[in-house]
Write a new protein. Structure first.
Length: 236
């Protein structure tokens, strides 16, 4: 990318400014380009951002096949697979946002069966647009749902939480008959550390914390029960 350090120092300066000012990186870079802000060691970032902004201005006026040709030119080996995926449902009116959503679906859900006797295992993101008679949302504990990233700024953490809450809502609306939220009461701390789960207590294992999203379901949500007890009751 033209830098042996990936412009680490420049990004550190930019990040520090964003944390202190509360501005997003794109706002700060825009101010740098317009001369309303000056930060040391950011010349290379400003140059790259100018190129990016110019390209975005061009893309903003394109739709459909013109947009696809601009992003993924025909005849190039690196772009052909993406072009083939997009062309299955591309129209003249397809916007950049539509194209992104289309490609996400085509790439993450190739030939995904919508009906039949089968079990589909996927992330919350991949469940968008699909439905099933029974939906099981696993891992409903703090640290996994939602994920906690202490390296993010408070504003970034709030945006991440909102996005995860939105995806949790998407998952809850995928079922037609039975919706199950599954969690685990305790977890080995070595495993919890690797996957980011939050546990409490002493010893090699700790107690997990139920996802805050479960508590947000409201007073009409059924009470929790042990899995084996639910199975023994005939899933009632």
């Amino acid at each position: 990318m033209g830098s042996t350090t990936w412009n680490a120092r420049s990004y550190q300066v930019l990040r520090h400014h964003c944390v202190e000012s509360g501005h997003s990186p794109i706002v700060a870079l825009g101010e740098l380009v317009d001369g309303r802000l000056t930060l040391p060691h950011t010349t290379e970032l400003v140059s790259r951002f100018q190129l990016l902004r110019t390209e975005l201005e061009v893309l903003a006026g394109l739709h459909g096949y013109a947009l696809l040709d601009r992003l993924f030119p025909d005849g190039n080996e690196w772009s052909q697979a993406v072009r083939d995926a997009a062309l299955t449902k591309l129209t003249d009116d397809t916007t950049a946002e539509d194209l992104l959503d289309l490609l996400r679906t085509q790439i993450t859900q190739p030939e995904m069966p919508e009906e039949g006797v089968c079990a589909r295992i996927m992330s919350l993101h991949k469940s968008k647009g699909l439905t099933a008679r029974v939906v099981i949302v696993a891992g409903c504990i703090e640290g996994l749902m939602p994920i906690h990233d202490p390296d993010l700024t408070p504003a970034e953490q709030e945006r991440q939480l909102m996005e995860q809450r939105r995806m949790f809502y998407v998952a809850t609306t995928r079922c037609r008959d039975i919706l199950v939220f599954s969690s685990i009461l305790s977890l080995e701390k070595s495993i919890a550390y690797r996957i980011g789960a939050i546990v409490r207590g002493r010893g090699s294992s700790g107690s997990t914390i139920t996802s805050r999203f479960i508590n947000e379901l409201g007073p009409t949500a059924p009470r929790s029960t042990f899995g084996m007890r639910w199975v023994a009751s005939g899933f009632v």
